[in-house]
Design a protein around this ligand. Structure first.
Ligand code: PLP
Ligand code: COI
Length: 342
């Protein structure tokens, strides 16, 4: 039984300082073996690479308490692999993928009091990240790096839970053509903060970004990929070089095809064909699958036929099946769930 006294069902998506975090350092061409530490504060040079030139990448994954008391982590190997790819793109030394998995297990086991109980809708969100730490003043890569994983209990990313969200089409781009939109680098998110504030101030939940080269096709939101459902129940997801290869989206497409028997397609999606879709959703680790009810572009409003009250029927089925797999109530495809022994 957890010693932490939180109102688990209403914690929202916020940071809580938990007991332990994992830290490893890269120096003289190699990663050390890493350890759990108590200190949640970093002590770095004012000229550390990360503060000057933003050499940083990160990940996000969730651990859940299941009905029968197990601890299930959803596809951590995919996060380890994606972080490897981001490190290569950002001239950082990839963190060994087996050490990543070991660190994930250590962080969960060291913070069991913070693992939300089954049935609360909350989970333990793990945030691995890597930064360049040595003082660098001329533009070049760092020589020393820190890899860290902290965790925090979280509830639903959007306040309304399964209530459809509203999106604003952004006039700004979060990534450049041939840029870094396809990796999980903090700099992409810095790029989105101005537009995010604008969209929030107008009462929207999130921005919809179009492809930065032509602004014709749908890319993603600031923190999730898209799925669209056609009137014939086909699940369509945008193909783009400038979006993050979402683990949730790839899992969702698999679930659609192999569990629900639906046709799935990944292709470029023109913004002007949105009016032809029956349902829309955004998907990501934080967002899971959140239904989208409304998209507004320069005052022109589109409401999907599924409306603003409830998720569309296919979006709901996808959400229930994927959540069932993540919570181990539906059998997962092989290798999707890592069980952590206490
Ligand atoms: N796109 C962006 C920009 C994100 O930040 C995220 C969140 O991780 C996603 C998509 C969804 O990716 P995943 O499902 O791997 O969490
Ligand atoms: C995640 O879903 O893990 C992310 O990093 C997205 C962010 C908006 C919280």
């Amino acid at each position: 039984m957890s010693k932490v006294n939180l109102d688990w069902a209403n914690i929202g998506f916020n940071y809580h300082k938990t007991d332990k975090r994992y830290v490893a350092h890269y120096k003289d061409g190699k990663w050390d073996k890493g350890e759990l530490v108590d200190d949640a504060v970093l002590h770095l040079s004012e000229c550390a690479e990360v503060f000057q030139y933003c050499q940083q990448c990160f990940e996000g994954l969730k651990a859940r308490r299941t009905k029968n008391g197990d601890i299930a982590v959803f596809r951590p190997d995919m996060n380890a692999k994606r972080m490897h790819d981001a490190a290569i793109r950002l001239e950082m030394p990839p963190f060994p993928e087996d050490q990543f998995i070991d660190a994930v297990k250590q962080v969960i086991k060291a913070n069991l009091d913070w693992l939300p109980p089954y049935g609360t809708g909350a989970s333990l969100y793990l945030r691995p990240f890597m930064i360049g730490t040595d003082p660098i003043i001329g533009v070049s890569s760092a020589n020393e790096f820190e890899f860290r994983i902290f965790c925090t209990p979280v509830g639903p990313y959007y306040k309304g839970g399964a209530k459809p969200i509203s999106l604003l089409v952004s006039d700004f781009d979060r990534s450049a053509p041939h840029g870094t939109g396809n990796i999980k680098a903090g700099l992409n998110y810095a790029m989105s903060l101005y537009d995010h504030t604008l969209c929030k101030a107008q009462g929207f939940d999130e921005n919809m970004y179009l492809d930065p080269a032509t602004r014709t096709y749908v890319d993603e939101t600031g923190g999730s990929n898209f799925i669209f459902i056609t009137k014939d129940n086909e699940v369509v997801t945008p193909l783009s070089d400038s979006i993050l290869p979402s683990i949730t989206r790839r899992s969702c497409m698999y679930v659609a095809e192999h569990y629900l028997g639906l046709k799935t397609t990944q292709r470029k999606v023109r913004f002007d064909e949105l009016k032809d879709f029956a349902e829309c959703g955004v998907c990501g680790t934080a967002a899971v699958i959140s239904p989208v009810g409304r998209v507004v572009n320069h005052g022109e409003e589109l409401i999907f036929p599924s409306g603003m009250e409830h998720p569309g029927p296919i979006t709901e089925k996808l959400l229930n099946t994927l959540s069932g797999i993540q919570e181990c109530e539906i059998e997962a495809p092989e290798g999707w769930i890592l069980k952590v022994e206490e």
